[in-house]
Design a protein around this ligand. Structure first.
Ligand SMILES: Nc1ncnc2c1ncn2[C@@H]1O[C@H](COP(=O)(O)OP(=O)(O)O)[C@@H](O)[C@H]1O
Ligand SMILES: O=P(O)(O)OC[C@H]1O[C@](O)(COP(=O)(O)O)[C@@H](O)[C@@H]1O
Length: 305
């Protein structure tokens, strides 16, 4: 069973306008509201792949109610801990370029936190817990790291999708996979990445620090999969990009979903690539049909250096 953890979910409010003029009244040409937050996105894609999963985290207020309804409409298994404050709204502006304005997130009370942590008692050996996204301001930076013993105590694995020191702090506990994008990889080591050889060099450093598999995503330029035995590279298939919000989460979902069934990193990479690009080519996250269509044009090479 896969559990996703979204401690800071969001309504993603996607707005489109021909151009954005700061300091003026702008009129939207299109807008839509989607349930968001990285773990929720992972769960929604796992559902499309028919991989059994449950979504955990915190939801509150009218915004939390909206997300709950949307997930129920998709027949998702969700077991969120209720909080008093409103779940945040993240604004995604599409005006030629994509601009994102993400909220900080609501306060999490001590009783809500305790109720959330109790859920980890039900984990079993072989389960995978995917912890993704930013932390709301009342949670400590060590929050994810502190959950790891609760996961390991049951013989379960974990995947982490966060950035900076919070990510580095979890590596010695051997996450099943991590997926920095190339900008995040550069920031982790405070370097500039000047080509494929650099990406592979710093990706391998993350393996040395403990990650079992490292995906480095590069948006429209594709991705690397770095394992102790092999390095693979894929360019992204061509298509019309409609909304790339959630492409990274989709890639993680594809990788973890297939890995949980096959333990085969290469097949898992292929599904991850298909899910990531299929989402970029969709208005909302990708559906099963789009993922299957995009999978036909995925091509993976072994990388040698
Ligand atoms: N413009 C795009 N065209 C095709 N595929 C894309 C595009 N953007 C993202 N993808 C796919 O989704 C993956 C994850 O996207 P990326 O933007 O790198 O992640 P993140 O959202 O975490 O920064 C990419 O590695 C690629 O396979
Ligand atoms: O928790 P954070 O870092 O603010 O990110 C939340 C945002 O990330 C998303 O999950 C999308 O993430 P990706 O584009 O990286 O896949 C949105 O749904 C959400 O608004």
């Amino acid at each position: 069973m896969i559990y996703t953890v979204t401690v800071n979910p969001s309504i993603d409010y996607i707005v489109q306008l021909p151009q954005l003029t700061l300091g003026a009244v702008n009129r939207m040409s299109y807008d839509t509201k989607l349930p968001g937050g990285k773990g929720i996105n992972v769960s929604r894609i796992l559902n499309q792949l028919a991989v059994k999963n449950a979504a955990w985290g915190f939801l509150g207020g009218f915004t939390g109610g909206f997300i709950q309804q949307q997930l129920a409409a998709e027949q998702m298994t969700a077991d969120f801990t209720k909080i008093d404050a409103d779940t945040r709204i993240n604004v995604k502006i599409k005006a030629g370029e994509e601009t994102e304005i993400n909220g900080q997130g609501p306060a999490i009370s001590a009783p809500a936190l305790a109720a959330f942590k109790d859920k980890f008692d039900q984990l079993q050996a072989g389960d995978i817990v995917v912890m993704s996204g930013s932390l709301p301001p009342t949670l400590p930076e060590s929050f994810y790291r502190d959950l790891i013993p609760l996961i390991k105590a049951h013989g379960a694995d974990f995947v982490i999708d966060t950035t900076g020191q919070a990510l580095l702090d979890t590596l010695s506990a051997q996450p099943l996979v991590i997926k920095p994008n190339h900008h995040e990889l550069a920031a982790l080591f405070n370097v500039e990445l000047t080509g494929d050889a650099d990406i592979v060099k710093y990706g391998r450093k993350l393996l040395d620090l403990g990650a079992k598999h490292v995906l480095v995503s590069m948006a429209g330029d594709g991705a690397f999969l770095i394992t102790p035995d092999q390095v693979y590279k894929s360019t992204a298939p061509k298509g019309t990009v409609i909304n790339s919000v959630g492409a990274g989460d989709s890639m993680i979902a594809g990788f973890v979903g297939t890995f949980s069934q096959t333990h085969d990193p290469l097949q898992s990479f292929e599904t991850g690539l298909a899910c990531g690009s299929a989402t970029a080519f969709s208005e909302d996250l990708a559906n099963q049909a789009k993922i299957a269509e995009v999978r036909q044009s995925i091509h993976i090479d072994t990388y040698h250096n």
